[in-house]
Design a protein around this ligand. Structure first.
Ligand SMILES: [Zn+2]
Length: 360
């Protein structure tokens, strides 16, 4: 295989750069962590980590996270709040990524059928951005229509990829059912067989999408679960990804023995062995929201314990009843503790994903 380039200018990666980074990831055996952000603390922590480790990252907004980012007081419907929040977040990242020296893919997470208006709004903004700058606002969007019958899922995905292709955007889709609960979709009680995609299903999706563009990724179900739960009956089975790759490569005689770029949803709580195996079968992106939510909270929590005597009132601490505590309760202090813990956990994820110093 030809050696792929490793130089990508700091900033938001779009178009061919996204495809090239995924190809590099497959060739070198690494994957990009995809981190859900809902404010400047998490966005900055992601850019800081990606720059420090000299490695590409996916920074993504969920529908609810984007609405939160816009703020509770915004006078707009739910869909519009998420559109506004996503645009505000993308603007923040676009303003700062270069200064951080971070290489970032801007992405939106799960959009189930009722949330398609959110993606429509972002594609309106994306087309306007493309007209002005020659690049789309976001690198990629995700549709999660896995609740629908497979044919219907792909029919809608093809429509979106057709609209996104002229902008050079990448579409992420979901097949099968990832267990657990995320963004209001509750899949905790489905039959175990439905938690695994088949090679034929993945092939069908591949065949539909490749007719429009090769810029797509597939989140297949291989026993992964959204969120962190105590071990149960669901067994993570990355072999499903391998079997799907073999099936498609055979059926279509593709030059690449692993023609599909897979995404690993519900990666939180996975062992490093599971992750390494999934990467070897073509996973190029892994979502790790839940573990980072905990890390941010744990940073704030441990600070509040450690500095407790200084955090009970504005005035008065163990050093004296008149001593001010401003330097302890200043949000810049305790939010930074959250950021630091988040960064430490995210660095661990980059290491587990074999994604350290992967770019020039
Ligand atoms: Zn998912």
């Amino acid at each position: 295989m030809a050696d792929l380039r490793t130089h990508f200018a700091p900033g938001v990666l779009t178009g061919q750069d996204v495809s090239d980074v995924f190809a590099l990831a497959k060739q070198r055996g690494f994957a990009l962590p995809a981190v859900n952000c809902l404010g400047s603390n998490s966005m900055n922590a992601v850019m800081e980590t990606a720059a420090a480790l000299n490695s590409p990252v996916v920074l993504q907004f969920s529908h609810a996270g984007a609405a939160f980012l816009a703020g509770h007081g915004v006078h707009a419907g739910a869909a519009d709040r998420s559109v506004l929040g996503s645009i505000a977040g993308a603007s923040h990242v676009r303003a700062l990524a270069k200064a951080y020296g971070a290489r970032v893919m801007l992405h939106t997470d799960h959009a189930a059928q009722p949330l398609l208006g959110w993606v429509d709004g972002l594609l309106d903004a994306g087309e306007a951005h493309f007209e002005q700058t020659g690049t789309p606002l976001f690198s990629s969007h995700m549709l999660d229509l896995s609740e629908l019958p497979l044919e219907q899922n792909l029919e809608i995905c093809v429509t979106y990829l057709t609209r996104m292709a002229p902008l050079g955007m990448t579409l992420e889709i979901e097949l099968g059912i990832t267990g657990g609960e995320e963004d209001g979709v509750e899949n905790s009680v489905v039959a175990p067989a439905d938690l695994y995609s088949t090679p034929e299903e993945v092939a069908f999706a591949y065949e539909q999408l490749i007719q429009v563009s090769d810029r797509f990724t597939i989140a297949a179900a291989f026993g992964n679960v959204h969120g962190v739960y105590s071990p149960g009956n669901v067994v993570l089975t990355p072999m499903i990804l391998r079997d799907a790759q073999h099936h498609i490569a055979d059926k279509h005689s593709t030059a690449d023995p692993r023609p599909v770029d897979f995404v690993f949803h519900g990666g939180s709580g996975s062992t490093s062995e599971d992750i390494a195996q999934a990467i070897s079968f073509g996973v190029v992106k892994m979502n790790i929201d839940t573990d980072l939510q905990w890390a941010f909270w744990d940073g704030v929590r441990s600070y509040s314990v450690q500095a407790a005597p200084y955090l009970q009132a504005q005035i008065g601490n163990p050093e004296g009843p008149d001593r001010p505590n401003k330097s302890h309760y200043d949000p810049k202090v305790w939010l930074r503790r959250g950021e630091e813990a988040f960064i430490e956990r995210l660095q661990q994820a980059f290491h587990e994903l074999n994604n350290v110093d992967t770019l020039d």
